[in-house]
Design a protein around this ligand. Sequence first.
Ligand SMILES: Nc1ncnc2c1ncn2[C@@H]1O[C@H](COP(=O)(O)OP(=O)(O)OP(=O)(O)O)[C@@H](O)[C@H]1O
Ligand SMILES: [Mg+2]
Length: 341
Amino acid sequence: MTATNSGSGFTMPRPGSAAAAGPTLALPEAEGADMHAAGTAAEGPLPVGATVDLASLGSELGIRRPLDQLDEQLVGLETVKRRLGEIGALLLIDRLRARYDLRSPRPNLHMCFAGPPGTGKTTVATKMAEILHALGYLPSDHLVTVSREDLVGQFVGHTAPKTKAVVQRAMGGVLFIDEAYSLHRPDNERDYGQESIEILLQTMEEHRDDLVVILAGYRDRMDGFFSLNPGLRSRIAHHLDFLEFTVDDLVEIGHRMLADQGYELEEVAEPVFRDYVARRRSQPNFANARSIRNAIDRARLRQAARLVAAGGRVNRDSLRLITNADLLASRVFAEPEVSDG
Ligand SMILES: Nc1ncnc2c1ncn2[C@@H]1O[C@H](COP(=O)(O)OP(=O)(O)OP(=O)(O)O)[C@@H](O)[C@H]1O
Ligand SMILES: [Mg+2]
């Protein structure tokens, strides 16, 4: 892997606490000069007496970038980010240990992402594939997302080839199994889900080097699933909890989504948006960040309708602006029990 970053080096778990940049290697004169001349500062064996600056090494290996991106792009999720920072640190240290000829067992990185709808499980899984690839843990950064129907067949003999084909497709990257508990249907004796689970268990054990499996779903259903499949629970090293977002987080997520799409809230609409978020959050069927995305889609619709109905001339600013009226027309302000509005 080549250097993709310069600056203050690898930090954990958030940027801003970076160690000062320094030379990656501090070697006895002659050896140091040789290594830099050969362009192998971040790779290759190290003499026993060599010292290495971790921050700069993290940057040189390109480890910092995907972790920082995750930190910057995703609001909240502090415990998730902290754990990813720790995993990043472990993989960096393992790589460095190998250069000093210190053996490290390959870490188990199978994971479970548990949490309510719209809290970023799928989004983080996508980033995870990129991060593990950048850290040199996985040969590829691809993510294969599947659910029950992709893994389990309808007839005798269908499930094994189906599950194996999925595993084959994901090999080298991340296999993300959404609503993993749907694999288990205890009420149906003739269900083939268990057959798929057995194959997945075996794969997780045998292919730890070239496949990371992430199971995702709601916390209580995941717990029930694991209690019926203890073998699965014990093969998962990282159980990450995705929590409901706070109103502050949701408002921030809304602002970022608007900015990404080239919109902004007019200043007087700020408290209205916060009020919207607080009301929507307490309604049934609230799906965290996804509901915010839907709310923004509706606001854009209303903005367009408002501008077209008003007729006359528009400018760039008026095309960018979401106003009070675009938010207040939402049913959230009228009917407390409606779904996404
Ligand atoms: N922390 C976050 N910061 C900003 N945007 C986020 C964050 N988490 C999720 N989103 C956005 O919210 C939407 C829903 O996220 P995602 O699909 O990852 O949730 P999920 O937990 O997988 O939901 P589900 O349980 O329903 O599958 C996406 O558009 C995503 O970009
Ligand atoms: Mg999802």
